[in-house]
Design a protein around this ligand. Structure first.
Ligand SMILES: Cc1ncc(COP(=O)(O)O)c(C=O)c1O
Length: 409
């Protein structure tokens, strides 16, 4: 990992002071005579605002004060002034992710804290669909999302919501790499059916296998066929893992082929649900900026609309509690534990897939007893017809649990 530019480890007191001072910079609704917005603090009859522990609880205090981060706050123009303090914290989260984790340049990336990976993936496809329609005169049926068979189903959802086409490419059953022959076959078919523009969703760790694509898996063939394309990276699972494993990847902003990236803090970062992160190079958000949102200062360019500023605070608190070195240590510790489980499987001749450096291990069906699968709650690729079951070494999968699993094999 390169030297961090924004991301620092902070002690508890500094984190607390910083969050409370951000909350103070938000306009106090009562004392500030705020009469015009359809939102307020959480209802005090239900969510006690005078509980003494709240003065030591910056995240819960943020929840109670309930800032609305509607809109995108990385543009140079003004956003809603009511919540300027916590918007600043959100910008810092986006800076940490885009610059210190994903190798972007300073002031080069727009983004926002989305509801999750699904929204962030749809947001990307929405932007590129509108670009193709507005700038290239494309019809919806001439635009397609292209991704691997191992891609998360949010790509199919995006195509469905946006009324564009959807094509999946087969992967090799052992390596989980994109099958180049199938890519050619699918592109041939798509083009013969009138597809002229493509949105690629490439994976930095797939949901089921933790497998990682390379942009060239797609770009060589797309260039050969002169098909205009964008590459969006789905790092919803892997964005907070893979860059810390020491493995090399071209799925970040140092690669000009990559236009946008999804991360998700409510997976490996253990943030509350509602902490997806959408990041995109500057210049593209305008394709979804709603001039109809005229009552929102700075307008709105997000899929979600109103969203809790407390979510950005939660991500910021977790990332600064660890700092870059602490985070790398944590990820490597979990990956080492995964390697230990993988070595035990290998010793016993049990067939599995594990991307190098990954903390996901995916075991072929028929090799573990049903009892083990149920006892350890392994998740299948398909509940009706399982071919694989996965282990995800999250923080709660500790050494004792790993030992118990190994001993039961
Ligand atoms: C790779 C990947 N992308 C997207 C998503 C969707 O994320 P969410 O459930 O936060 O919408 C997931 C969820 O598991 C995922 O693993």
């Amino acid at each position: 990992m390169k030297q961090a530019e924004v991301w620092q480890h902070l002690d508890k007191e500094t984190i607390k002071t910083r969050v409370f001072s951000a909350l103070e910079k938000n306009l106090p609704l009562r004392e500030g005579n705020v009469m015009g917005i359809p939102g307020s603090n959480l209802d005090p009859r239900v969510f006690y605002q005078d509980a003494p522990f709240l003065k030591d609880a910056p995240f819960l205090s943020s929840m109670i004060l309930n800032p609305n981060h509607i809109g995108c706050h990385t543009f140079s123009e003004e956003s809603e002034p009511f919540f300027a303090g916590t918007q600043e914290i959100e910008r810092e989260v986006l800076d940490i992710c885009s610059r210190d984790i994903l190798n972007g340049e300073k002031d080069a990336i727009d983004g926002y804290v989305a509801s999750g990976g699904t929204e962030a993936n749809i947001q990307a496809a929405w932007i590129y669909r509108n670009y193709f329609q507005q700038e290239m005169g494309a019809k919806a049926e001439e635009i397609a999302i292209l991704c691997s068979a191992d891609n998360h189903y949010s790509a199919a959802k995006a195509a469905n919501v946006l009324n564009i086409r959807f094509f999946r490419i087969a992967v090799d059953d052992n390596s989980r790499k994109i099958d180049q022959n199938d890519l050619q076959r699918v592109l041939e078919k798509a083009q013969s059916e009138g597809v002229r523009f493509v949105v690629v969703i490439a994976n930095m760790m797939t949901t089921m296998f933790g497998s990682v694509d390379r942009t060239s898996d797609y770009t060589i063939e797309l260039k050969k066929r002169a098909i205009p394309y964008f590459i969006h990276v789905d790092g919803a699972y892997g964005g907070f893992v893979y860059p810390f494993t020491g493995e090399s990847t071209d799925l970040d902003f140092s690669n000009p082929e990559v236009s946008s990236i999804t991360l998700d803090a409510h997976k490996m970062v253990q943030a509350p649900y509602g902490t997806g992160v959408f990041l995109i190079r500057k210049g593209w958000m305008k394709y979804v900026r709603s001039s109809e949102a005229s009552y929102v200062k700075g307008l709105d360019a997000t899929l979600i609309g109103s969203r809790s500023g407390a979510n950005a605070v939660a991500i910021w608190m977790i990332l600064t509690t660890y700092g870059p070195i602490g985070w790398q240590d944590k990820i490597r510790r979990l990956c080492k534990r995964a390697d230990r489980i993988a070595a035990a499987l290998q010793e016993r001749g049990i067939s599995f897939f594990q991307e190098k450096g990954s903390n996901i291990i995916t075991i072929r069906s028929g090799q573990l007893s049903e009892e083990i699968i149920h006892r350890f709650h392994l998740v299948p690729d398909d509940h009706e017809h399982p071919k694989w079951h996965k282990i995800v070494v999250m923080e709660h999968v500790d050494d004792a649990m790993a030992d118990l699993f190994i001993a039961s094999l």
